[in-house]
Design a binder for this molecule. Structure first.
Ligand SMILES: [Zn+2]
Ligand SMILES: [Zn+2]
Length: 487
């Protein structure tokens, strides 16, 4: 422990860690740099925004059998939201990072044996990075700016500091590449629900309500900054709202609502379920908080609805309603071991590749845990095994996996107390991905495949093995596109 007087206001500033190079004065927000045995001030750092986090400086826990305490934090904002990086100090003097976003936690430790880290500018979502015998898939590439901080940190930052980071996933493992310094640094870890970290000295609910005015996940209402309509959302879970009345896009990831875009040109859309509808699924009451209308990029006549459902302790899930019926969808925390144009392997089981296509959002309303906007395009790969579908969705910034299962319209009608839903659906034909629709997906699967893989080939320096796999996959895609499905 190293105590100094703040060079600006004279208050005591404490360095708990010998590897910390800066600490923020609690009283005047001055960034205090430690250099040899002297200290120097370097600008100010804004206070953190209240985000109803249960964590605080001083909270302690156990990660992989080692005791740690949180000694600092940085808040970072990027165009799709906002997250906390907590600087954790272990008893042996080493350190790690606990990232917190929307109630999800990832613990990572710096590693020094990562080699051939690609430059940030060539990183692409979907590219493979190999570390420690594992193949990590880039899931998230973003630039974020620091909006506040507290406590002590291992590097010097001030307001406006920019972080360039990329996350990669391999099954349940996370790898983060941080480009903030001259030399990129790799961190490796895994998703760790707070309950598994044995946390002590967390903020209690009263303390959170006293400072943040709300608990994470509790219903909150905000007046639309564009038209004044009330917007309902779960606090700390939703990061963006789309006003159902005027379609304005509003950022609600921190304690001030910000208007992102007005979309007065959009007309409202009639959907089977509406925002605010409550359904009882397996004994839990789920609320519809957001809805999207989407269509295939190449087929203006196609369309389906996606409903985002929220439960305070069970989190989020989706219901998707299409011509073919209803699907219940959950985002996968553990990613498949591998995925190709033929199959995906998930927990040792093989899922057969079905379709490749691109979707575009044509309408959005309600609350979302990312930045949803009309015109968003997503590349989709579907895989299937015994009626269970795995779907990979990727955009230029992000990639994710989900698992879906068909549910009957009758059951959805029961959940939401809409008996008419069950009756109406009986008239529908069950196309179940009709043969006709296979041909076009096969053709633009090739286009999607090329677009999707080009950055990976570039990133790999046109590695011959990767190119060969791509070439074989192209041939396999070309064959079904030219077969007569009616035969
Ligand atoms: Zn001070
Ligand atoms: Zn509005």
């Amino acid at each position: 422990m190293y105590r100094v007087a703040c060079p600006s206001c004279g208050a005591e500033v404490v360095f708990r860690s010998t590897i910390s190079v800066m600490a923020v004065c609690e009283y005047c927000r001055t960034v205090v740099l430690r250099e040899l045995e002297a200290v120097r001030e370097q600008g100010k750092l804004s206070n953190v925004l209240e985000d109803a986090s249960p964590l605080q400086i001083g909270s302690s826990g156990v990660y992989l059998g080692r005791h740690f305490a949180l000694v600092g934090r940085i808040q970072l904002r990027y165009d799709a939201g906002f997250w906390n990086e907590w600087y954790a100090l272990f008893d042996d003097g080493s350190a790690g990072w606990l990232a917190e976003a929307g109630g999800q936690y990832v613990f990572t430790l710096a590693v020094n044996d990562a080699t051939e880290i690609p430059a940030f500018d060539v990183l692409r979502v979907g590219a493979i990075y190999r570390y420690g015998g594992n193949s990590y898939t880039m899931s998230d590439v973003r630039s974020a700016r620091c909006t506040g901080g507290q406590g002590e940190l291992p590097f010097a930052i001030k307001d406006g500091w920019e972080a360039k980071v990329a996350d990669a996933r391999c099954r349940d493992r996370f790898l983060t590449l941080d480009y903030s310094d001259d030399k990129p640094q790799a961190y490796v870890g895994n998703a760790t629900p707070l309950a598994t970290l044995n946390m002590q000295l967390l903020r209690d609910d009263d303390a959170i309500v006293a400072t943040a005015g709300r608990l994470r996940g509790t219903p909150q209402t905000l007046a639309c900054p564009s038209c004044g309509s009330p917007l309902d959302f779960p606090a700390g879970v939703a990061t963006q709202l789309v006003c159902p009345a005027c379609h304005a896009e509003v950022d609600c990831s921190s304690d001030t609502a910000m208007l992102i875009a007005k979309r007065s040109e959009l007309a409202s859309v009639k959907t089977t379920l509406s925002i605010g509808d409550v359904g009882t699924i397996a004994g839990r009451k789920w609320s519809v908080i957001g809805l999207l209308r989407c269509r295939e990029l190449e087929d203006a006549t196609s369309s389906w609805s996606e409903y985002l459902l929220y439960h305070p302790s069970a989190g989020l899930q989706w219901l998707v309603e299409s011509e073919e019926g209803w699907d219940q969808v959950r985002v996968l925390d553990i990613w498949p071991e591998s995925a190709s144009m033929e199959q995906a392997v998930y927990k040792g089981e093989q899922f057969r590749h079905l379709y490749e296509y691109a979707s575009v959002v044509t309408f959005a309303a309600g609350a979302f845990n990312w930045r949803a906007a009309v015109g968003d395009k997503t590349w989709i790969s579907d895989y299937e095994r015994n009626g269970v579908k795995l779907t990979r969705e990727s955009s230029a910034q992000e990639m994710g996996w989900s698992r879906s299962e068909r549910v009957s319209a009758q059951l959805v009608g029961q959940w939401f107390g809409k008996p008419a839903l069950a009756a109406a659906s009986a008239k529908r034909t069950t196309l179940a991905g009709g043969r006709e629709s296979l041909r076009r997906p096969a053709i633009y699967a090739m286009v999607a495949f090329l677009l999707f893989n080009l950055p990976i080939w570039i990133a790999s320096g046109f590695d011959s093995d990767i190119l060969m796999v791509g070439f074989v996959a192209m041939i396999l895609l070309w064959i079904p596109a030219n077969q007569d499905f009616d035969g």
